[in-house]
Design a binder for this molecule. Sequence first.
Ligand SMILES: CC(C)(COP(=O)(O)OP(=O)(O)OC[C@H]1O[C@@H](n2cnc3c(N)ncnc32)[C@H](O)[C@@H]1OP(=O)(O)O)[C@@H](O)C(=O)NCCC(=O)NCCS
Length: 218
Amino acid sequence: MPLYKTIILNPSTQIFVWKITESFQELLDSVVLNDSNIIRLNGMKSEMHQRAFLSVRKLFQEAGYTDFDLYYDEFGKPHLHDGKHISITHSHQFSAIILSDEVVGIDIELQREKIIRIADKFADSEFLFLEKENNEEYIRKLTVIWGAKEAIFKIRNEKGISFKDHIKVNTFEMNDDQTTTELHFDDIIRDFKVCFEEFESNDDKGLKQNFTLVYAFE
Ligand SMILES: CC(C)(COP(=O)(O)OP(=O)(O)OC[C@H]1O[C@@H](n2cnc3c(N)ncnc32)[C@H](O)[C@@H]1OP(=O)(O)O)[C@@H](O)C(=O)NCCC(=O)NCCS
């Protein structure tokens, strides 16, 4: 499937989501790559990772860019030569980019029961509003919290940020579609607005999967 979803948040901010159903070769034949990304692609161990990487280049095309408009800094954060802000994510059969005049971060996560077991590695103050009794909602909220912290990490791109100790997601309900967060790091508090939405999709075997898309603005 080509483009799965486009979200136009305002004149300067767009999100493009791709559902990766094309083969590696189909994707490779339809994009251009700069030299360092050809080397990177060839070094990737899994074909799924390669397809995700290439599908992001399809998203660049949708947005009017090519791989030659992008570079990565020493931490792996992507930047556009024209000064617009970009953030990239991929998860299983989905990839997404967000483009904005504002500083932004994005993350897609598959909702999985497994997140319950690792919750105490990335959540802390959030346990004050999380209710564990409703298992399904608990997983959905934990996935938003995880995605929010990933998105904020991608914005700040700073060494030493701990999801558990430094990023605090404030209380929210699933139908709010947004929340706020604080980053307490290096004696400074920074506030972020976080938006989220969920979507459902079938995997290769026809099994239903739920994904959470989270994006953050400083
Ligand atoms: C870098 C990191 C944010 C990537 O997130 P992820 O969920 O593994 O993967 P995603 O697919 O969502 O994002 C990958 C994309 O993030 C971008 N990215 C990588 N490093 C980045 C950085 N330092 N800053 C901003 N964006 C970055 C890249 O565009 C990358 O895709 P690409 O290389 O194919 O272009 C994550 O691996 C990480 O290091 N997190 C912080 C570590 C941490 O504290 N972890 C958990 C504690 S419990």
